[in-house]
Design a protein around this ligand. Structure first.
Ligand SMILES: [Zn+2]
Ligand SMILES: [Zn+2]
Length: 346
């Protein structure tokens, strides 16, 4: 097994009353505690006011981190966390991507691929500037966007509120394809593209507590929480920045314990990690799931191997970017469940 990681599930991209959400940060932390999440990344539109009000830190069992969502009217929304000062959202995205990085923050492209108007009931805010570089990663699965995409009439809205899981289809295929392409292109320059799962939760129509049980981003950290907000924040940001994380639809089944790592001799690399093929020898890629599921190992070129099991071991000889998806059996067929960050083999 890959040594001793602590697996912590968090909810990312949550709006509070500091912008257009329904709840105050402390009650959002409470909702996360009741939903079993262990950290929250708040991302109010274009403000860090809750940070200045001292609301970041431990709220009971939940670590509340305060970021912001840079939200230009035309789209190109960008989640920033680990910064202390607001960044202007004017100008091309490269300007605010660089400004977030210059504060030492992490930045994630928010809901990159909104469905086309007509398939989506609200105003779409896609990411359009794919020439930009230097972001930490992208949201590969945004619960609210996935869920709302199927709400095309008032009757469908009633159904979606009663049976939300029927409206959850998984990451958009175009977003996963884009992620693979970005990983390949950025890795050629020595950079990762970290995939996160997000909520874009507002606490409207769909309560925070209920949504916090859906799509989470799990991080792997080397130590358990220290109980010190500053140190624990650093643990979360380090893991997210390194891509030592996976996205899981915990609403189907809590994925805690899911692992994907690479081995070469006595050396290991966890998800998000980099590993060398020594003397041209291959690298073992290993996956372990908490219950049997359909595991798919992919390179940026497509599917390498699939297995219905709780374990998958596969040796690769070629350098490349490798990632894993898991789907769970259900009466409605195979449901998207886990999307792990890639391992970079060189
Ligand atoms: Zn947005
Ligand atoms: Zn948002």
């Amino acid at each position: 097994m890959d040594g001793g990681w602590q697996d912590k599930a968090g909810v990312i991209h949550v709006h509070s009353r500091f912008s257009d959400g329904a709840g105050m940060p402390a009650s959002i932390a409470q909702a996360a505690a009741r939903a079993g999440a262990q950290f929250v990344v708040l991302a109010d539109h274009d403000t860090l006011a809750p940070l200045r009000e001292g609301l970041e830190g431990w709220h009971g069992p939940v670590l509340l981190l305060i970021g912001t969502e840079l939200s230009p009217d035309s789209g190109n929304h960008y989640l920033a966390v680990g910064i202390d000062r607001e960044v202007p959202k004017d100008g091309p995205p490269q300007r605010y991507i660089d400004a977030v990085a210059s504060q030492g923050g992490l930045g994630f492209i928010a809901h990159p691929d909104y469905p086309p108007p007509g398939q989506y009931p609200l105003k779409p805010f896609p990411w359009t500037d794919w020439t930009a570089e230097g972001f930490t990663g992208i949201e590969i699965w945004t619960y609210s966007v996935d869920w709302l995409t199927g709400v095309t009439s008032p009757w469908r809205l009633v159904q979606a509120l009663l049976f939300p899981e029927r409206f959850v289809d998984g990451p958009f295929p175009e977003t996963l394809a884009r992620w693979d392409e970005l990983c390949r292109a950025q890795w050629a320059k020595g950079r990762r593209v970290v995939g996160i799962g997000s909520q874009d939760a507002h606490g409207i129509l769909y309560s925070y507590r209920r949504m916090f049980r859906t799509i989470r981003t799990h991080i792997l950290i080397a130590w358990d929480w220290r109980g010190d907000a500053k140190k624990d924040k650093a643990l979360v940001l380090e893991a997210l920045g390194a891509g030592r994380a996976y996205v899981a639809y915990d609403g189907l089944r809590d994925a805690t314990g899911f692992r994907f790592w690479a081995e070469q001799g006595s050396r290991q690399a966890p998800m998000g990690g980099i590993i060398n093929r020594k003397d041209g020898a291959g690298v073992w890629l290993r996956v372990r799931a908490p219950i049997p599921c359909r595991l798919t190992l992919r390179s940026s070129d497509g599917v390498l191997i699939e297995a219905e099991s709780d374990a998958l071991d596969h040796r690769v000889a070629a350098a490349g970017v490798y990632r894993v998806e898991a789907r769970l059996a259900s009466p409605r067929g195979w449901r998207p469940w886990v999307f792990a960050n890639p391992i970079y083999v060189r």
